[in-house]
Write a protein that binds this ligand. Structure first.
Ligand code: SME
Length: 321
């Protein structure tokens, strides 16, 4: 196979996403890479392209890892992910990728790079257990990281933790909601006004979840669903009665998660690029539905039952004192 190794370009994003999904069978991991990229948290990244198909067959990205080393702030990098397409393994692409990404990190003057991976493979590229250098990384597996010294590395005199700017915890939907609930609970305190609270919740959710294409409310008034506070492109002002996902959630009284909107009979596409969505009914203090929260994504299967459960807790806060 003839290959090209080079830095990632903006037009590679879709092919990278496909490769990650194909290789790991986990849309979440592809989402993490998109989230890191969209939030400016990729320091450097490289792809290997199959010259005949032009497809991305391997990918490595580095995101920032911050540590206070002996009283000074230092930003290193964490390699995450480093992946070779399942159909191209055993051809030395992983080693080529490690050699290239470590060189890119040196060029970017990163004082250290950390990775969680096979010590036998990474030791060939001067990685050693991070504990050898008195460094660990955040999270339960913090001690399992390997480290490679870069230009100007200062070894900590005592055990020091390096923090990821965007951690893998982003993948755990329920943990993400724990954080959002705390944030919204603090924000909503200022006023009981429902419009202010709905607008703030829509903005909070939309900006915390890079994969949301539309985040907002449809208000249930006079037996109609009309658009309320939202973030995202202009959407339908009124939803045709008893049609689509919002009306389904309203009529059933239950949260509705739709992995592929094209398979949902009657789905109303305010935005033709929409692929999946979650809709959660909002109950007032008397147990009546006054609105639905609708969140859409351009990704398939962007939401699951953890999202529904987390969003249900958030919308409860809208009407609590
Ligand atoms: N998809 C929704 C309509 C609302 S928008 O897409 C913003 C539905 O089927 O109810």
């Amino acid at each position: 196979m003839e290959i090209t190794i080079r830095s990632e370009k903006p037009e590679d994003a879709a092919s990278i996403r496909e490769m990650i999904k194909r290789t790991l069978n986990r849309p979440d991991e592809a989402r993490l890479v998109d989230t890191l990229r969209n939030s400016g948290n990729i320091t450097c990244s490289c792809v290997i392209i199959n010259n005949s198909t032009k497809a991305v067959v391997a990918y490595a990205a580095v995101s920032p890892l911050n540590a206070n080393i002996n009283g000074s702030d230092a930003t290193g990098g964490r390699i995450t992910p480093l992946l070779v397409d399942s159909t191209c393994q055993g051809q030395g692409l992983g080693s080529k990728l490690i050699a290239t990404i470590t060189e890119m990190c040196d060029q970017a003057n990163l004082p250290f790079i950390m990775v969680m991976g096979n010590p036998n493979l990474y030791s060939k590229f001067d990685f050693a257990p991070a504990a050898t250098y008195n460094l660990k990384a955040t999270g339960d597996m913090g001690d399992s990281f390997l480290l490679r010294k870069g230009p100007g590395f200062q070894q900590p005199t005592e055990t020091t933790t390096a923090y990821c700017t965007s951690d893998f915890e982003l993948l755990d939907h329920s943990r993400q909601y724990d954080m959002l609930i705390k944030q919204f609970d603090a924000l909503r305190d200022t006023t009981k006004n429902i419009v202010s609270r709905m607008s703030t919740l829509a903005a909070l959710l939309h900006n915390s979840m890079a994969y949301n294409s539309w985040t907002g409310f449809y208000l249930y008034q006079d037996d109609e669903l009309i658009v309320g506070p939202f973030q995202g492109p202009v959407a339908c002002l009124k939803l045709k009665k008893d049609t689509g996902v919002c009306w389904h959630a309203l009529n059933s009284g239950e949260s509705t998660v739709v992995g592929n909107v094209h398979d949902f009979p009657g789905h109303i596409a305010c935005d033709a690029s929409s692929c999946s969505e979650v809709v959660v009914p909002c109950y007032d203090k008397d147990g009546r539905i006054y609105a639905v929260l609708d969140i859409d994504s351009y990704e398939y299967n962007a939401y699951n039952q953890d999202d529904a459960a987390g969003l249900e807790k958030l919308v409860k806060l809208l009407v609590e004192d």
